[in-house]
Design a protein around this ligand. Structure first.
Ligand code: TYM
Length: 326
């Protein structure tokens, strides 16, 4: 069976963007692939983080994955930091990655501009991500559009390594949602909805009180065209709300558009707000059941065992190929 893998980094609470762009894809592929889903906690260290808050978020992520419908019997769920072979493989890959490639990554260029004292970890971030993907020979990597370039780099690194040292890595393909690959900020629908955004009005956290989330939708920035159409270029706000509603209800964008022909933005926003509110109420109630049981630890112990064995085997193989062994 082919393998699918993805991870999310705990730099803030999970958002609706993370759900639609990543978690939902994993849920939709359930049963069709051998599936690996993890918390990319080592990646969170590439930017300043409060250790106490970071630690607290890790289990919240696992609880939320499951609350969002990820069946722990059908996915191997684990913490990146509990598998010491992943950063070890990353070092081997770093020595097969060019500085030019890493420094050309869009995310590196943007984030390094935000803080003059950025770390080396910010530069090598995509190599660690390549290690995440390649240690287990993932065939498919579902991500939002912002991570596409990193998955492509992982593929390039794998291909180069295979050619230089021998066939050892599967070349991964990126898997992107047709519509939800980039959910936009509700206040500024030209920028990505982000966990680390300082203005919470534009972001729906999966932990938001459903009533608060509904009011964020009601206040979302739209336009003055007064027509409900999927037109991301001219109507980014309305198109974003259509994508959110369609992703959460599994109803086609076209059929939602038809439903609101001739109606106003107020009615449409109320409809989207209701869908989002119901979704949050449902996952939060499931979250509370899970987080108060000891299920999360059992799931993580199992994930650690399975993935450590896979990564150890790969590390030993790579070390031999590169000549660093006894
Ligand atoms: P992260 O934590 O920034 O985001 C997790 C996933 O959510 C997607 N995403 C979005 N999708 C749609 N709309 C949005 N507004 C939105 N915001 C985020 C991201 O594209 C991502 O798929 N580097 C990764 C974590 C990672 C990883 C990996 C992913 C580490 N190793 C290996 C895949 C494979 C990251 O920071 O994602």
């Amino acid at each position: 069976m082919k393998r699918v893998l993805t991870g999310l980094k705990p730099t803030g609470d999970l958002t609706l963007g993370n759900y639609i762009g990543s978690i939902k894809l994993m849920k939709d592929l359930e049963g069709k692939y051998e599936s690996y889903l993890f918390v990319a906690d080592l990646h969170a260290l590439t930017v300043p983080n409060d250790p106490v808050l970071l630690h607290e978020r890790i289990k919240k992520f696992i609880g939320m994955y499951i609350a969002c419908g990820i069946d722990p019997t059908k996915h191997v769920i684990y913490l990146q930091s509990e598998n010491a072979y992943i950063p070890a493989i990353s070092w081997l890959l770093e020595c097969s990655t060019y500085y030019g490639e890493a420094s050309r990554m869009i995310q590196f260029k943007e984030k390094s501009k935000q803080n003059a004292n950025f770390t080396v970890g910010l530069l090598t971030y995509p190599v660690l991500m390549a290690s995440d993907i390649l240690y287990c020979d993932a065939d498919l990597v579902p991500v939002g559009i912002d991570q596409k370039q990193h998955v492509e780099l992982a593929r390039d690194i794998a291909d180069r390594f295979n050619k230089r040292f021998g066939e050892v890595f599967t070349l991964p393909d990126v898997y992107i949602n047709e519509h939800g690959a980039k959910i936009y900020d509700l206040q500024d629908p030209t920028k990505k909805m982000s966990k680390t955004e300082e203005n919470p009005k534009g972001v729906i956290s999966l932990f938001d009180d459903p009533e608060v989330a509904k009011s964020k939708i009601m206040k979302a920035t739209t336009d003055s065209l007064a027509t409900i159409k999927y037109d991301p270029e001219n109507q980014p706000g309305i198109s974003n709300l259509l994508t959110i509603a369609s992703s959460l209800s599994n109803e086609d964008i076209d059929s939602i558009v038809n439903k609101f022909e001739g109606k106003g933005y107020g009615d449409f926003k109320k409809y989207v707000a209701e869908i989002v509110g119901n979704f949050l109420t449902d996952i939060q109630s499931k979250y509370n059941d899970i987080i108060n049981s000891n299920k999360v630890d059992e799931i993580l112990d199992n994930g650690k065992e399975i993935t450590t064995k896979l990564a150890k085997d790969k590390y030993e193989k790579l070390s031999k190929m590169m000549g660093v062994y006894r």
